[in-house]
Design a protein around this ligand. Structure first.
Ligand code: ZN
Length: 101
């Protein structure tokens, strides 16, 4: 059993809980509003300052996650130095079989 912690959802600010995966680099969230998704630590920091429409769009995508997939929000490494952090983030549907859960 993994230790979960409570934290407001970085996408919609609803009550949520998470546990860490990928050696602590990624948080696996379970949100009462957005359902399940993963977000890297770096992307989470970016989300704090991202425009609300960006967070909303990730939230909407999380709700549309296909079966046996998870939305993974991360920062494109090729976007280093990008001035607009919201453009550096990507959300991809990844098969659960390829993820550490
Ligand atoms: Zn949420």
């Amino acid at each position: 059993m993994r230790d979960t912690a409570n934290q407001d959802c970085p996408l919609c600010s609803s009550a949520a809980e998470f546990y860490c995966v990928d050696a602590g680099n990624v948080k696996y969230f379970k949100c009462s509003n957005c359902s399940y998704f993963q977000v890297s630590r770096r992307a989470e920091n970016y989300l704090k300052t991202a425009p609300e429409r960006i967070r909303n769009s990730f939230s909407e995508r999380a709700k549309q996650t296909p079966d046996d997939h998870l939305l993974v929000i991360s920062v494109e490494s090729s976007a280093k130095g990008t001035q607009y952090v919201s453009e550096a983030m990507s959300g991809k549907f990844v098969p659960k079989s390829e993820l550490e859960l």
